[in-house]
Design a protein around this ligand. Structure first.
Ligand code: FEO
Length: 396
């Protein structure tokens, strides 16, 4: 992104990594790269809001220097300490020894644990507190568990900008700065994928926080997130989507997620999907060995039905499905209908293991199993089960 003025006196000074393939270790595949956004406000006091990944420290400092001598930064605001936003912290502390740092108390102690580094002057902010920096007053909005205990937002009423850190982010690296400069559908797809993979478990807290934010009646002309594009045109659209996702809202559609050894489980998956669509309900097949986990999660976020399949191997489900379900267990999805299926040679535990693993997020109907390769009759049963499941989805 480089340095970009986003409003008079407000600059985007973060870094873009178009070649990034993964986030959170290897668990989040980022086909469109990612960005670490940071913002600098020039006023009577000069303010830096959020930092970047350690690997981008040099580029980040160079960006800051394009706007101001780093030693002239008076205030550093840390909205969140996850290393993608705090990796540059030790160097920032070194370069800005006289700056006053602001963040939650959890942010202060977390930074010390991560880096063994501490700001000389740190103020632990409380819900609703604020600082005056000249023309502007910056308000701190406590947002614990969106998505870490230390998280908060910062709001500038003068600029009508909400600095939302991870909130409303997307892993979408481009040369553009604003939402209306890129393809709307891609932007919303990436925002949904981000929500499903980062924020899904926190829907209940997020819903309450969104309601509280609405009550505050803040004038918001920009949501300056720390990942991806800044929202300015599509603020109502992204807020509406967040309210929808946070409420665990679902559409009449079914994700059929499976892993197969010798294609028998795959044949069952295809017939089940055919049965579902025969009732006019959308069904999407996801082979976990071929589809990206974030894409599957994004589809499941608002799918009313989950169907999971695996061949049985050594008395267990197959490992890539097991890995995916371990992630999904933590999603805290609610009220979904489900069943498991799969082929087996002699014992057939996989479908039962699936149900045990994710019984916390869905109500399971009895499993469907076939020995070795499914016969025509068994495939007909798969079709019928898919059709019956679709009727249940439509009626719920
Ligand atoms: Fe973008 Fe929670 O870090």
């Amino acid at each position: 992104m480089g340095v970009k003025p986003i409003k008079e006196g407000v600059y985007s000074v973060g870094c873009v990594d178009k070649s990034a393939e993964y986030f959170h270790g290897r668990s989040y595949v980022t086909r469109r790269g990612l960005t670490y956004n940071s913002y600098l406000i020039k006023d009577e006091k000069n303010v830096l809001i959020d930092l970047v990944h350690a690997d981008f420290t040099k580029e980040f400092i160079a960006n800051i220097k394009e706007v101001i001598d780093p030693s002239k930064i008076d205030v550093v605001i840390i909205n969140h300490i996850e290393p993608d936003h705090s990796g540059a912290f030790p160097e920032i502390v070194r370069l800005m020894p006289n700056a006053q740092f602001y963040g939650t108390e959890k942010a202060r102690s977390g930074l010390l644990k991560y880096y063994g580094a501490e700001a000389k002057s740190w103020t632990s902010v409380k819900l609703g507190s604020s600082i005056n920096i000249g023309k502007r007053t910056l308000e701190f909005i406590d947002e614990p568990m969106i998505h870490w205990p230390d998280s908060m937002f910062t709001y500038s009423g003068f600029d009508k900008i909400l600095f939302s850190n991870d909130g409303f982010g997307q892993h979408y690296a481009t040369d553009k700065t604003f939402d209306d400069e890129v393809d709307f559908n891609i932007l919303m797809d990436e925002a949904k994928k981000y929500y499903a993979n980062i924020l899904w478990p926190f829907g209940q807290i997020l819903g309450a926080k969104l309601a509280a934010l609405k009550k505050m009646n803040l004038q918001i002309e920009m949501i300056a997130t720390s990942h991806g594009l800044i929202w300015r045109k599509y603020i109502p659209e992204i807020l509406e989507k967040y309210v929808y996702w946070a409420a665990n809202s679902c559409a009449n559609k079914v994700a059929v997620v499976y892993e197969t050894m010798w294609n028998s489980t795959e044949k069952m998956a295809q017939k089940i999907a055919e049965g579902i669509t025969s009732e006019g309900v959308e069904a999407k097949l996801f082979d976990v060995t071929k589809n990206d986990r974030p894409d599957i999660a994004a589809y499941m976020l608002d799918a009313k039905g989950f169907v999971f399949g695996s061949s049985t191997h050594d008395g267990e489900m197959l490992p890539m499905l097991a890995g995916y379900l371990s992630f999904l267990r933590g999603s805290k999805a609610k009220g979904r209908a489900a069943f498991a299926f799969g082929s087996y040679g002699w014992s057939g535990e996989a479908a039962d293991e699936i149900e045990k693993t994710v019984s916390n997020i869905a109500s399971f109907a009895p499993p469907l199993k076939a020995v070795f390769a499914p016969t025509k009759e068994e495939l007909d049963k798969c079709f019928t089960r898919g059709r019956e499941f679709a009727k249940k989805i439509k009626g719920s």
